[in-house]
Design a protein around this ligand. Structure first.
Ligand SMILES: [Zn+2]
Length: 449
């Protein structure tokens, strides 16, 4: 470790984008140990520095994903993912910081589980992990979790993700504790009574396939209820994986009133429609479901106008056998943290919805601010700040190939999709956690993590 601590890395000539400070210009970045030493033109690099040629590349703060399922701890024996495999996959996607969801076995509802996840991620060394802990014990919606203690142990948000909190009084009690701690509540917006047996978006295709229908109203109804319950409480509230125009309308109206409401979008909802499910393609089964082309368009517009401020993958690994079933009984979820960057690029930058700079903001400082991680320097790239950064080749062309995944979860509907743009180096705390630099002529640098 001592060697790593004294090592310099010099990243030469990239387009350095730090949305938090408004920086967007060609510069060098010099890393010393776990800190950024300097950002500027023609920096003097020590003789022992590892030099990365970033010409033609974008250099950004280390990417942040506030919605990931690491499936760890796991006493169920499914072994869908581990902290080590999930964070290694994240590093390959350009990420240095993750927030993991609490639908583990056991659930993240004790300070001990929170502390263990943080420690295990630190030991694995691929990316920092900050847990999002339960609002209710076991995510069952009936008994309040020890929210104060969970946050004190290092949780950076509260959610029962996998399920929404349906009971009005329980929702109010959770929001009260979240507000008292100035933390954030992240809701999986799904009215359970409206989604009994639901498997995909409600409509003609679901009926033709003979599978359970999931109306957009089931998402918007819980979101609207939450806005009302929270009106007198004023907790910071975040709608996870927003999919439909109806839900966007609720968020937009709440924000127009000055309510502390935010929302996130996942890559699949920004690119795919329910048509992917046709023929019983279980890889396209996800919770909440893929919607219509009009919803995809509405989601992109919501990103463009600032109604949706965060991009998050909802990376959700599942074992192969749970997808090798009929559509109705197959598991919900998709992986994607390793290749989300080019998918966001396709959906949002290539479509003209937002700029590269805004895309990077939505993948760094926006999520960091939401979770309070910005106060620890996460989501920023600045001199004397933490050496978390990502080098992106915006023109690298490749394709989604599960055989190359670091994640144990191979469940994605994007297999074979052509991609443009890729993280070619990821540095977390000054350590190279992902590198494709050896693939570039003359670079020859191997990852050390
Ligand atoms: Zn969810």
């Amino acid at each position: 470790m001592h060697v790593m601590d004294t090592l310099h890395t010099c990243i030469r000539g990239g387009r350095v984008i730090d949305p938090a400070s408004g920086l967007d210009s060609t510069a060098d970045v010099l890393v010393h140990g776990a800190k950024v030493q300097a950002i500027g033109d023609n920096l003097q690099c020590p003789d022992d520095a590892r030099v990365i040629d970033a010409s033609g590349c974008i250099v950004t703060p280390g990417l942040v994903d506030i919605h990931v399922h690491l499936r760890d701890p796991d006493t169920s024996g499914h072994h869908e993912e581990t902290i080590a495999s999930g964070t290694a996959a994240a590093a390959a996607g350009g990420f240095t910081t993750l927030c993991c969801m609490p639908n583990t076995t056991p659930a993240i509802d004790t300070p001990q589980v929170v502390a263990k996840i943080i420690a295990d991620a630190t030991a694995a060394g691929h990316a920092a992990v900050s847990p999002v802990a339960c609002g209710t014990m076991g995510r069952k919606g009936t008994e309040l979790a020890p929210i104060d203690a969970l946050l004190a142990a290092g949780a950076v948000g509260i959610s029962d993700d996998g399920d929404g909190i349906a009971d009005d009084a329980m929702m109010a009690a959770v929001l009260e504790r979240v507000a008292a701690n100035d933390s954030i509540f992240m809701q999986h917006c799904q009215d359970p009574a409206m989604t009994v047996g639901a498997a995909m978006n409600a409509g003609d295709l679901a009926r033709a396939m003979g599978v359970g229908e999931w109306p957009a109203a089931a998402e918007a109804a819980m979101l609207a209820r939450d806005v009302e319950v929270n009106r007198s409480i004023g907790a910071r509230y975040h709608a996870q994986h927003v999919t439909c125009r109806e839900a966007i309308d609720v968020i937009r109206a709440a924000r127009a009133e000055g309510q502390p409401v935010t929302g996130e979008a996942a890559p699949h909802h920004l690119l795919l429609t329910e048509e992917e499910c046709r023929g019983g393609n279980t890889m396209a089964k996800v919770n909440p479901p893929l919607r219509t082309a009009a919803d995809v368009q509405a989601l992109r517009e919501a990103v463009a106008d600032g109604t949706i401020t965060v991009l998050a993958t909802d990376h959700a690994p599942h074992p192969g056998q749970s997808k090798a079933r009929d559509f109705q009984s197959a598991s919900f979820g998709m992986t994607g943290i390793e290749f989300c960057l080019p998918l966001y690029r396709e959906a949002l930058v290539d479509s003209g919805a937002i700029s590269w700079s805004r895309l990077i903001a939505m993948m760094t400082i926006e999520g960091a601010r939401l979770t309070g991680l910005d106060t620890a320097g996460v989501g920023r790239l600045q001199a004397t700040g933490r050496a978390d950064l990502t080098v992106i080749d915006p023109d690298a062309t490749w394709q989604v190939d599960p055989a190359t995944f670091r994640s144990k979860g191979l469940n994605t509907p994007f297999t074979g999709r052509a991609l443009r743009g890729r993280a070619i180096a990821t540095i977390a705390g000054g350590r190279l956690t992902w590198s494709m630099l050896g693939d570039r002529a003359g670079a020859g640098i191997e990852p050390v993590a």
